[in-house]
Ligand binder design. Sequence first.
Ligand code: SF4
Length: 479
Amino acid sequence: MKILLINPAIKDKIWAGIPQNCSKDIFLFPPLGLMYMEAYLDKFSHHETKIIDALADNLSCDILKIKIEEFKPDIVGITVLTHNLKSALKTINAVKSVKHSFHLSIGGPHVTAYPKESIMLKHVDSALAGYCEKSFMDLSNAVEQHKNLKDIDGIILKTENGIYINENKQNINLDLLPFPNRIKNNFKKYYTPATQTDKVTTVISSRGCPQRCTFCNTYQKYESRSVNNIVDEIQYCCEIGVKEIYFIDDTFNVTIDRVVSIANEILKRNLKIKWGFKARCDNITAEMLEIIKKAGCVKIHYGVETGSDYGLKQLNKKITLEQIEQTFKLTKNYGIRTIAFFMLGCPHDKTKTDILNTVKFALKIKTDYAVFAIFSPYPDTISYKNAIEKGIIKKDLWMDFILNPNADVLPDTCWEEFFTKDELFKLLKSAHRKFYFRPVYILKTLLNTHSLFEFKKIFIGGISLLKIEFLNKKKKNIL
Ligand code: SF4
């Protein structure tokens, strides 16, 4: 059977943080979820597979239709994220409008969060919730053999008796998943934030995060691959010419031991690779930084979020400003680049001074890069529940949108208790200005570039900031 996996282009993304027309300038990640499914099918089945990344290749729906007519798939799988629902729906409608017929299945975080609503989307034949590498292969085999689909783990179907859901009970040993094929999916067209080379890829070494920050909807069940398996993948990446890896785990430093063991194994195998990861500001020690630096770690993306101890407590970050300052100082001492994430307009930000304190804190910790985003109460988070309970969000507009993503009703994406959207957008611009438009900062950043490629990326990042500066705030979907 021919199986086509599609990453939809994002034209109608709902996003509160970085405006959508700027984010692609800064990063373009490979569609790792689809690549894992493809690798699983390639290893454990006889099916012919192909991924179309409409986002990376900037494909219109018309081009997508032509490509489907050419490939003639028997099954099409499409990733759906809640924020990209409109785009995903356009893709579904487009691909189903071709003459050729096929089974259409959708998966991804949106399906996991909203299984019933997902299966009711027009043209969708089945949906798969949870991690579904094996389920998708089981689905492909069952469709080929005209078997009943009801036994497949995580499957959601429309039946004569209503919606059928088979819970995803799979407990896959992550070490058994084949590595994504980065040659077949040309890793060179992707890039990550603050990257130093043009041969970069992403790796995921664990799934989930055991913490429960109030604004985050990541899976709480934490699972890690073994150190050997992770470094085997790094080694494979080195062999195909990758020069830099960005670990996109929700939290890479859940334990210090794991990070140190990975670094030790990289050193033992003498792998020449630069790498970086997303981290909490705790679980960072001088010993750990020393060894990861030796093993090639060049950057750490820290989730700082806000600039007051009161705020950190409200967000359930279980960390203090003092610890954060210490972490940034230590990281800089070891010459590892820091990128700090902040949210402006959190539920505890009652005055402009509160927000400005977050910007001041970004300056105080002397982070190399700061990413400012507007706080957004996303569905399936504690903040979202609080927002509905407190009446900040008058109605569950996300659910209205999810039920009818074609309608011109956009969900609330800001916490508007103390500020309007316009005020928050102005404060976002001001934060960028205060942080980035400092002559000393610009000079230092340019002097610290490691390659022409990095210089080019910084230049494009600068243009993105200017785009935000001159963006028409009344444009839809910006906030
Ligand atoms: S914000 Fe980070 S630390 Fe908090 S729950 Fe999410 S992934 Fe975990």
